[in-house]
Design a protein around this ligand. Structure first.
Ligand SMILES: Cc1cc2nc3c(=O)[nH]c(=O)nc-3n(C[C@H](O)[C@H](O)[C@H](O)COP(=O)(O)OP(=O)(O)OC[C@H]3O[C@@H](n4cnc5c(N)ncnc54)[C@H](O)[C@@H]3O)c2cc1C
Length: 449
């Protein structure tokens, strides 16, 4: 095995996506994964339109769409009496990224597609069943630790952990529901966050017969007994009876909110859960890891090809960390609403929303300072994906390159480095009082005119 351009440690969703992004630009990549089989316990069930756009960039969106359920519905925070406190809005039709805004899925199905995708690239080799005990074993110009919450690469880097305050055990179960049952048919399509101080829960329509329940552990719970029928079904009585569903899989997780400071030292880098963990109340943990991969891949490619200095990789953490923190901070705030178990405090909370539900959307933060000009938004935010006159989505015309949209004559001096798309995004540019925008390969706006 000769020297690889990049060794990726971990073939979870983030490592597998990064391998696809790097394989697509022809880099030599070795991926090492301890397990032979895809992780079977219940984890992510939701990703957003921006992540679908990243799957599009590696040519896998159509396949992913076949195993996912798109939804225009959002997430409703409901109290024990059924009063709606807050709604994270859904998006009707294709959203700004050219895809539906919310997608629901079974994580093993998604990971299988990402792994199959790797087989397209002769220079990407996946070593399954290979546990790495020391990063010095890895013969590669760069090593990316996509090795999850207990990351070995993170220990080698010596990152500092910043605790954002939320740590709470929850039982997570997937049920296969009987579609003919009237109680199953009565379940809503939107995601429910049940803010019941007696027992907070989350309910998600994953797709097909599968539904997800996330159930907060309460004082006195015996976590080993929670899935025993006489303990489990009474907790479900608001929705289902035992004859409505079978329990497919279950696990108890402690949800954490932490970020690491120090995503790079020398040739070592981190991505995904290795450098941040969020409670899943926004369904954004894996999404953040996918954005890491998208930010890092084009930078690694530019540095390895010699078209950018190695210092470009120092912009990765400074750009990504504030972005992911925005999502984690919001998830922690939502957790404070959802996880309130003091009845008096919950009643006071409910009175705050008595005038009507609060509506909100996913944040669309600016990335932190780094490669972008030090300019206010929309620089550093992601550019939408309109359809071109020929019917294609914009990114299809760009690939893993820079692009200039709008009045390209203004920026034609950069033609050698960028795809020119005259007139594209004209409405968006006009709304922002701009004439042109320079887009990076991850579609974040590098500069505007
Ligand atoms: C209950 C729950 C619900 C969630 N819901 C959502 C959701 O709806 N939406 C969302 O976006 N996210 C969600 N998440 C988060 C999401 O599941 C994770 O963020 C995501 O799986 C992290 O991916 P990763 O590739 O970074 O790490 P992992 O998936 O943890 O992959 C790391 C891989 O590295 C391998 N590895 C580790 N060390 C070594 C080693 N030394 N040698 C070789 N291999 C190694 C491991 O075997 C593993 O396969 C949820 C998580 C949980 C627990």
């Amino acid at each position: 095995m000769g020297k690889a351009d990049v060794a990726i440690l971990g073939c979870g969703p983030v490592g597998a996506l990064l391998g696809n992004l790097l394989g697509q630009v022809g880099l030599r990549v070795d991926i090492f994964e301890r397990e032979r089989e895809i992780h079977a316990l219940p984890r992510a069930v939701h990703f957003d339109g921006e992540v679908m756009r990243i799957f599009q960039s590696v040519g896998l969106a159509e396949r992913v769409a076949q195993v996912t359920r798109s939804s225009s519905q959002g997430m409703h925070f409901i109290n024990a009496d059924g009063q709606t406190l807050m709604v994270r809005r859904g998006i009707d039709g294709p959203g700004p990224h050219g895809w539906a805004g919310n997608w629901y899925f079974h994580q093993p199905d998604l990971e299988a597609i990402l792994r199959d995708g790797l087989a397209r690239f002769p220079d990407v080799t996946v070593h399954l069943g290979r546990e790495i005990a020391d990063v010095d074993e890895l013969d590669a110009r760069y090593v990316v630790g996509c090795d999850g919450a207990r990351s070995l690469v993170r220990r080698a880097i010596g990152s500092r952990q910043r605790d954002l305050g939320l740590h709470q055990p929850w039982l997570v179960v997937d049920l296969l529901c009987d579609p003919a049952s009237p109680r199953v048919r009565a379940l809503p399509d939107y995601t429910i966050q049940l803010c019941d101080p007696g027992r907070p829960m989350t309910v998600v329509n994953v797709g097909g017969p599968r539904r997800r329940w996330e159930i907060m552990l309460m004082p006195g719970d015996d976590s080993a007994r929670l899935t025993e029928p006489e303990v489990f079904w009474p907790m479900m009585s608001r929705w289902l009876e035992p004859e409505d569903a079978v329990l497919e899989r279950a696990a108890v997780y402690t949800f954490h909110s932490v970020v690491q400071e120090g995503w790079r030292t020398g040739r070592l880098l981190l991505a995904g859960d290795a450098c941040h963990q969020t409670p899943p109340f926004l369904g954004q943990g894996m999404c953040a890891g996918m954005r890491d991969a998208s930010n890092l891949a084009w930078k690694l490619a530019a540095v390895l090809r010699g078209s950018a200095p190695d210092a470009l990789l120092d912009t990765y953490e400074s750009e990504r960390l504030p972005h992911v923190r925005t999502f984690i901070d919001l998830a922690v705030k939502l957790g404070a609403v959802l996880q309130e178990t003091d009845p008096a405090a919950a009643a006071q909370r409910d009175r705050r929303f008595a005038a009507g539900a609060t509506l909100f959307d996913f944040p669309q933060p600016q990335i932190g300072p780094g490669e972008r000009d030090d300019a206010p938004p929309p620089v550093g935010t992601i550019f939408p994906q309109p359809r071109l006159a020929d019917g294609r989505l914009m990114d299809e015309a760009i690939g893993q390159r820079f692009a200039i949209v709008g009045e390209t004559a203004l920026l034609a001096s950069r033609q050698a480095e960028a795809v020119l798309l005259p007139g594209v995004g004209a409405d968006w540019l006009a709304r922002h009082g701009l004439r042109a925008a320079l887009l990076r390969p991850d579609r974040y706006i590098a500069a505007v005119a």
